[in-house]
Design a protein around this ligand. Structure first.
Ligand code: PLP
Length: 415
């Protein structure tokens, strides 16, 4: 076993875990070891009651008055403020709105406008596809010869930062292998060349502390449904550094981004604040679920969260490492915790079927084509004993070739 992995005893680690009480604050079915909080976070118990109250009392009884009486109208700002604390952002720099893809469209358009004399967007071939698709779309729409250039490996990025690059657009933690970029170093390298930087925090927010202010990032985006536990299709968020606010227009100039939406002016006058990044009416039920899920974070010590995340990953790597080579599993996540997020991934020949066999045995992770099995480590509701047990079940499935069963070969629409 590589020396960068701590040697962990699961039982002792659970006894010493300062975060163990958080598990009771989530609904988790018996018999399930949930290693997919990096895709869809578990349900915080109070979200159920809060959404029921919103439907019953606020919508059912108060009807349209609730936009004011329950302050529905400011949910994007209120939720944004709670997310800001987790990502090292100042008050007034984050709003919750729309989806990650749409928010990327807004901030990328804005960044290209700010850096108008340049034509390249740099990203990574292995970035999450929606980020690349949005960048292609934005470049085409601008129609001034903008183009997307993709790094094949993280080490190639600094060498690609030349004077024609307008924007460096990266996902902080890679969705497939869990590799984590050095946000501060890359942001600085880009700024030294006059390049603006956008960080996708989908696999970072709620997984570990982040310091957007300290890194001097320009823009960030991320989703609410993974480590933030905001529910399926939860509102996403976006961050704009105060130095860029009010300096340009984002293209989705809907009425919620107007300076005074209820003046009903016939022409658009953008808000000078982060509210300019809103577009239309917020989805109140989803926002309320997100708002309630975020309340739980008031009690979380982010340093303890990160320490437990590292230890959970180390334990899984240690346990699976004892048999991985016997069954052709290859760890694709960095061993060094400084270079990874909060997931552990392996390439695996029968990856899809192996994951289906695991799910049938109650170990829920997921599969990313062509051959990656992913295990998300969520420190608020996972125990060390569960992570060790997941490794035991994985070994059994590989040793017995349980993955050969025909029912595990059938692909669902979502993998
Ligand atoms: C890095 C990253 N960006 C974006 C997305 C998805 O964007 P959206 O929320 O718009 O579906 C994901 C989804 O898993 C992701 O991992």
């Amino acid at each position: 076993m590589d020396s960068t992995i701590a040697n962990i005893d699961a039982r002792q680690a659970d006894q010493a875990d300062p975060l163990r009480a958080f598990r009771d604050r989530f609904e988790l079915p018996d018999g399930v070891i949930y290693l997919d909080g990096n895709s869809l976070g578990a349900l915080p118990k109070t979200v159920k009651q809060r959404v029921a109250k919103t439907i019953g009392d606020e919508w059912g009884e108060q009807l349209i008055r609730s936009w004011n009486t329950a302050d529905w109208v400011h949910l994007p700002q209120r939720v944004g403020k709670k997310i800001a604390r987790l990502i090292g952002a100042e008050d007034g720099t984050v709003v919750a709105a729309d989806s990650t893809s749409i928010n990327l469209f807004k901030v990328l358009s804005a960044a290209l406008d700010l850096n108008g004399g340049r034509s390249k967007i740099i990203s990574e071939r292995d970035n999450f596809p929606t980020d690349l698709y949005i960048a292609e779309g934005v470049a085409k729409q601008i129609g001034k010869g903008h183009r997307l250039a993709l790094a094949s490996a993280p080490a190639d990025i600094p060498g690609m930062l030349d004077n024609d690059v307008a924007v460096l657009m990266l996902t902080h933690v890679n969705y497939r292998n869990g590799y984590r970029h050095d946000m501060a170093a890359l942001t600085k390298a880009a700024h030294d060349k006059g390049i603006l930087v956008i960080w996708d925090l989908c696999h970072t927010a709620g997984a570990m502390p982040v310091d957007l202010t300290g890194a001097n990032a320009d823009f960030a985006i991320g989703c609410g449904y993974k480590y933030l536990n905001g529910g399926p299709g939860a509102p996403a968020f976006l961050y704009v550094n105060p130095r860029h606010q009010g300096g340009f227009r984002q293209p989705l100039s809907g009425w919620f981004g107007h300076r005074a939406p209820f003046d009903f002016d016939s022409s658009y006058a953008p808000s000078r604040s982060i509210e300019q990044y809103l577009c239309g009416t917020p989805p109140v039920l989803a926002m309320v679920a997100m708002d309630e899920a975020m309340a739980l974070w008031d009690d979380v010590d982010m340093a303890a969260l990160r320490a437990k995340s590292v230890a959970l990953c180390d334990l899984f790597i240690q346990e699976v490492g004892a048999f991985a080579a016997d069954f052709g599993l290859t760890l694709v996540t960095p061993l060094d915790a400084e270079c990874r997020g909060s997931q552990v991934s392996y390439s695996c020949d029968n990856g899809y079927a192996t994951m289906q066999a695991l799910i049938a045995r109650g170990v829920i992770g997921d599969f990313r084509a062509p051959d990656i099995i992913r295990f998300g480590m969520t420190p608020l509701y996972l125990s060390f004993a569960e992570v060790a047990q997941a490794a035991v079940i994985l070994k059994d499935i590989l040793a017995t070739r349980a993955f050969d069963a025909p029912e595990y070969q059938v692909r669902g629409a979502v993998t």
